[in-house]
Design a protein around this ligand. Structure first.
Ligand code: C2O
Ligand code: CU
Ligand code: CU
Length: 502
């Protein structure tokens, strides 16, 4: 048991049970369920809606080729009439600027760590050299800085950034460190999609705040097992916001930036989302969907039309109930409100063709790898060696170990990866660094690939009972990358492995 890690976790405020100086998962807290996963019981916290009378902030944009991100403790107006202590990448606000780049640009981002603990930046979804990816071991000390420089090779799309230090990713993201990274390219620009005020990045996150509006990170055992779910749902850092819109078509870039909560997104007027892209950029063609089950880490790029809606019309972005295992999906709630305040003619036509990219044939794969993400097998299921917190979750029975390479992959290879949650009882959004993939199929559970899972992805949800196969296109960048569950409590309690691209 690495003492360093325990100290790190304890100082993160985790509820650790001590027995003879060793942190343990007490079986008395819940007993064991089938397949060895611990049942910590409990019901997910009920979402409490606000009055939808705080204006939605839109983060300022900043060129990724001359970016400065300073992680710091600061304050923000998250709840009505309160000032919350938060973290942000600038003073006086939660979250960070929306970084913008055109494919082919060179990112130049200076990261200054003004926190009192190590931190770094991971560019979620962007294909970067290994030493620029924000690997958990590549951190800036408190007061230190790092410079990130790499070419933007990704297609136009909605990417994001957040901290990734070992054992502190969940804490730092929860406290407020995250931002969008939007890439455009000539193919996208030719489509004349809604832009400017009509292109809204929306990051959805849930927090558990105290009466003064603070939400310090203090997960208990139930939170570590299930992911920390909060009662307050924020969009762009504000609880239950509203935004005024014109009766036109908007592009909404939906990002689930929550630690553990999954949202089943829908519009309260029953209108469809016109899906135009997912994690890794635009689809070949738009696809209509009435709901989108979006797990932590995933993005949905959608067009929503308020065309023809009378001034005064209110439409909510809501989350509907869904079958998310025993803990999630039991409650429907509103997330934010769109208020039509301006009538205008909507002459936007949804393009019938969006992007041209290759669908990878299964036959292109040279290797298959299978990952048991049910947390039932191996030494992690019962809390690991003596039940330490860092092995509470696992992949194929192994928990994260910085000194061990779990998979060795040939640069440029095409492989089929299977995430097998057949025996599991918790949802796991599985995420790869250093590569994008296409979802091939899902068996068990929901038994299909959904419209928002088309195109290029970097995160895919495996609900209990499901097995998901993806075809991965590895890049040429050699080095060590991680892959993990994007339920950040799962990730920080071991559900992350390393692959080396050789
Ligand atoms: Cu947003 Cu390692 O991930
Ligand atoms: Cu990532
Ligand atoms: Cu998980």
């Amino acid at each position: 048991m690495e003492r360093r890690k325990f100290i790190g976790l304890a100082s993160a405020g985790a509820g650790v049970a001590l027995l003879g100086g060793t942190p343990v998962l007490l079986t008395a807290l819940g007993g064991c369920k089938k397949h060895g996963t611990m049942d910590m019981g409990g019901v997910a916290p009920k979402v409490v809606e606000g009055a939808f009378d705080m204006a939605l902030p839109v983060p300022p944009t900043m060129s990724a080729s001359a970016a400065k991100l300073t992680a710091q403790r600061t304050t923000a107006s998250v709840f009505k009439g309160k000032t919350s202590s938060v973290s942000g990448y600038q003073s006086g606000g939660i979250l960070g600027a929306t970084l913008t780049a055109t494919k082919g640009d060179t990112v130049n981002a200076v990261f200054q760590n003004s926190l009192n603990e190590v931190s770094n930046v991971h560019w979620h979804g962007l294909l970067t050299p290994a030493n620029m990816d924000g690997h958990p071991k590549d951190v800036a000390q408190p007061g230190g800085s790092l410079t990130y420089s790499f070419p933007v090779v990704n297609r136009a799309g909605t990417y994001w950034y957040h901290p990734h230090p070992d054992l502190k990713t969940a804490k730092q993201a929860y406290e407020g460190l995250a931002g969008f990274f939007l890439v455009t390219d000539s193919e996208e620009q030719a489509l004349n999609l809604p832009s400017g005020d009509y292109d809204m990045p929306l990051v959805i996150q849930d927090k558990r705040a105290d009466s003064s509006g603070n939400f310090s990170y203090a997960p208990d055992m139930t939170d570590l097992m299930n992911g920390l779910l909060g009662e307050s749902v924020l969009v762009n850092g504000v609880h239950s916001p509203f935004v005024e819109v014109a009766s036109k078509t908007y592009r909404l870039r939906l990002l689930n930036g929550s630690n553990g909560r999954i949202y089943n997104l829908a519009l309260s007027n029953g209108e469809t989302f016109m899906l135009i892209g997912s994690d890794g950029g635009l689809f070949a063609a738009p696809i209509a969907a009435t709901s989108i089950l979006l797990a932590p880490g995933e993005r949905a790029d959608v067009l929503v039309s308020f065309g023809g809606q009378a001034v005064g019309t209110e439409v909510f972005l809501e989350s509907k109930t869904f079958d998310g295992g025993e803990y999630q999906g039991k409650q429907a709630f509103n997330i934010m409100k769109f208020k039509v305040t301006e009538s205008s003619t909507d002459n936007f036509d949804v393009p019938t063709v969006l992007s041209d990219y290759a669908t990878l044939p299964e036959a292109a794969a040279t290797k298959n790898r299978s990952f048991d993400v049910s947390n039932g097998g191996g030494h992690g299921g019962h809390g690991g060696h003596g039940g330490n917190m860092m092995t509470m979750h696992n992949i194929n029975g192994d928990s994260y170990d910085e000194s061990r390479i779990d998979e060795t992959i040939t640069a440029g290879a095409t492989e089929i990866w299977t995430f097998d949650n057949t025996e599991g009882i918790d949802p796991h959004p599985m995420h790869l660094h250093g590569a994008l993939f296409q979802v091939l199929d899902r068996t068990g559970g929901r038994g299909q690939v959904f419209p928002h899972e088309k195109g290029w992805k970097d995160t895919v949800l495996a609900l209990p009972g499901e097995k998901v196969r993806v075809i991965v296109a590895f890049g040429q960048e050699k080095g060590v990358f991680v892959f993990h569950c994007h339920n950040l409590e799962h990730e920080d309690t071991g559900m992350m492995l390393q692959m080396e691209i050789v």
